[in-house]
Design a protein around this ligand. Structure first.
Ligand SMILES: Nc1ncnc2c1ncn2[C@@H]1O[C@H](COP(=O)(O)OP(=O)(O)OP(=O)(O)O)[C@@H](O)[C@H]1O
Length: 308
């Protein structure tokens, strides 16, 4: 069996008194797309930068394609692609020149002109980096990560700041790469992105893994087939709605204007909820019977309060 794409055991990284990564374990198999999720400051970028060999761990063991990213960095670097958070390049370098430069360092690069075309950057190839839009800079940064035909790519918030068209274009490209057997580890704050792309999801908080699994395993309800959720104006009297439902059901408002009926959903329950809303003159919007989505799971696990 091939070595895992990434294997991390007991990783610890401190910045002065701040423990950014606190005993993190993670295993990513080859050919998978793994989404690393977590609130701001959870330790995702630090973990990714250690895998890339840009930072040294304080303790723990990290192996990327079976290699130590620090001691065996020279052997590892040609085999991985890296898209750092926020990207970056010399401000005056033209998009085409930048990609050509990165391609010239690779043994068997992809055709830079083709890659620019795939990422919708052909018309911007003569544009200096500093004059590209934020979304174009992100796409150029992604092109630089991919042009060397890496076996494994690390993408730190690859679609942050992109418009929906560009985001979908990138999703298609990542899907195609994964179909070609490339291993992809990405961080994202977009739960929709993780649900659309990821084979595996790892949720970190305070430098530790707090949940992991496939998106469908993570969103599966324990012991319940489906749940009822709807949106309406904030502050409905959930005690009254609970009283209108059969015994054993409970309604709560986890976030202002979002309502969640706890208990097994059947047609009568849906009818009771919509009738009750109608009696209050309230339109129940986005009425949804089904599993939780990843965002709901994420908020339940990491809490709803704002992180710094
Ligand atoms: N160079 C640094 N010096 C000091 N503290 C740092 C440094 N880099 C990160 N930190 C701190 O370490 C913690 C983890 O940061 P990290 O960037 O890894 O989190 P993250 O999960 O990637 O966050 P985000 O989602 O906001 O990008 C944070 O508290 C951050 O402030």
């Amino acid at each position: 069996m091939s070595t895992p794409a990434v294997e991390i055991t007991g990783l610890v990284k401190k910045y002065g008194p701040k423990t950014a990564v606190d005993g993190l374990d993670l295993k990513m198999h080859r050919g998978r797309l793994l989404a690393l999720l977590g609130p701001n400051g959870a330790g995702k970028t630090t973990t990714v930068e250690i895998c890339e060999g840009f930072r040294r761990p304080d303790s723990g063991c990290v192996r990327v394609l079976g290699l130590d990213p620090v001691r065996e960095g020279r052997a590892l670097r040609p085999r991985i692609g890296v898209m750092p958070q926020g990207g970056g390049a010399y401000p005056g370098v033209r998009a085409g020149e930048m990609l050509g430069l990165v391609a010239s360092c690779a043994a068997e690069p992809l055709d830079p002109a083709w890659l620019l075309d795939v990422l919708g950057l052909s018309s911007a190839r003569r544009t200096p980096f500093k004059r590209l839009s934020g979304g174009q800079q992100q796409r150029l940064s992604l092109a630089c990560a991919l042009v060397g035909r890496p076996e494994l790519v690390f993408l730190d918030e690859p679609t942050a700041g992109m418009d929906p068209q560009a985001r979908r274009l990138v999703w298609d490209l990542l899907g195609a790469l994964r179909s070609d057997g490339v291993s992809i580890l990405l961080t994202t704050h977009l739960m929709e992105e993780a649900e659309a792309l990821a084979d595996d999801v790892v949720i970190v908080d305070d430098g530790r893994v707090i949940a992991e699994g496939t998106p469908s395993a993570l969103t599966a309800e324990e012991g319940e087939a489906a749940q009822l959720r709807f949106k309406a104006r904030p502050g409905l009297d959930t005690t009254l709605l609970t009283a209108a439902l059969p015994e054993g059901y409970h309604v709560h408002e986890p976030a202002p204007g979002s309502y969640h009926v706890l208990g097994l959903v059947d047609p009568q329950v849906v009818s009771t909820v919509t009738s009750w809303c109608a009696q209050q003159g309230v339109l129940a919007e986005e009425l949804h019977v089904g599993k939780r989505d990843l965002e709901e799971v994420f908020l339940e696990l990491t809490g709803r309060e704002l992180r710094s």
